[in-house]
Design a protein around this ligand. Structure first.
Ligand code: RIB
Length: 296
């Protein structure tokens, strides 16, 4: 069983401060550190650490950050064979301010915008070798729709983690196997709609992550349930959503039911917040299983 990630690859430039500056204000930060990031890349690393084969489909610039991020994937045992290096375009960058246990992020997509239909056409045969494909909103929407159409036609399951928040079409939602918005994303996508009604309408397709309030979904018994979040010693929440999504893929690929996959993902996400940097705290399989007190 193989999981593929079609998505973004960024270098995160992380500044720790004691508060987020207001408009027009200058404040002093504690330090600036580079970390590998990007929602797609983070999800790929989370999947790999949890013991699954994973292929990253995406683009970086032919520059120092690109080189460093490809090496990071190799160190993390993520398949990099189909990452395209683009001349004359910079690798994606995210400027992240971390303050208390929250963050704010500005993304400069750079080469992530080169994940286009032409790139997908060049890797279609490889995508077909996968059983589950996960995407996020940091590559062009046209590409997301193209990949989901292709996977739908070929019986490959898809998950869209619609982050950062963007409107998406009903047609796209219909073709997805799972949609995993947070509370802000769900409010934008289903503007004005009642959450419980849409959870029932998109029967077991919609998984809403609520940060410290846990995860809400319609379970196998057609009941709306809320899984509370793990009590963690939070250092940095950056990448917690990505860990959740990566771990959710791992649960599904192991044939776990929706509720079991969500429980597994929730613990992994909680563990990931206990270190600084998006990928630093991502747990390995044994750490999650230890907490679950069982097998995957
Ligand atoms: O979800 C966290 C990620 O969002 C960061 O790693 C950053 O690169 C942005 O894409």
């Amino acid at each position: 069983m193989k999981i593929g990630v079609v998505g973004s690859i960024n270098m995160d430039l992380v500044i720790r401060t004691n508060r987020i500056p207001s408009k027009g204000e200058t404040i002093i930060g504690d330090n600036l550190i580079d970390f590998p990031g990007g929602k797609g890349a983070n999800q790929a690393v989370a999947i790999s650490r949890l013991g699954e084969n994973v292929t990253m489909f995406g683009c970086v610039g032919r520059d120092q950050y690109g080189e460093c991020l490809i090496q990071n994937f190799k160190d993390e045992k993520v398949n990099t064979d189909y990452i395209r290096e683009i001349d004359g375009v910079s690798t994606g960058v995210a400027v992240i301010t971390v303050c208390d246990d929250d963050n704010s992020i500005i993304v400069i997509p750079g080469a992530n915008n080169c994940v286009d239909k032409d790139y997908i056409d060049s890797v279609k045969d490889k995508i077909l070798e996968h059983n589950l494909i996960i995407l996020q909103n940091e590559i062009p929407m046209e590409t997301i729709e193209y990949v989901v159409d292709f996977c739908h036609e070929n019986g490959i399951k898809t998950i869209l983690n619609p982050a950062p928040a963007k409107k998406i079409s009903k047609n796209l939602i219909d073709k997805l196997s799972y949609l995993t918005p947070n509370e802000h994303e769900v409010a934008l996508i289903f503007e004005g709609e009642n959450i419980d009604e849409i959870l029932n309408k998109y029967d077991q397709k919609l998984i809403i992550t609520l940060g410290e309030n846990g995860v809400k979904f319609l379970d196998e018994n057609k009941e709306i349930v809320k899984v509370p979040c793990r009590k963690s010693n939070v250092i940095d929440t950056t990448g917690a959503g990505d860990t959740f999504n990566g771990a959710f893929c791992v649960g599904l690929i192991h044939g776990k039911k929706l509720s079991g996959s969500i429980k597994f993902a929730n613990i992994a996400a909680g563990l990931s917040t206990e270190k600084f940097g998006a990928q630093s705290g991502m747990p390995y399989l044994n750490e999650v299983l230890e907490e679950m007190g069982g097998e995957l």
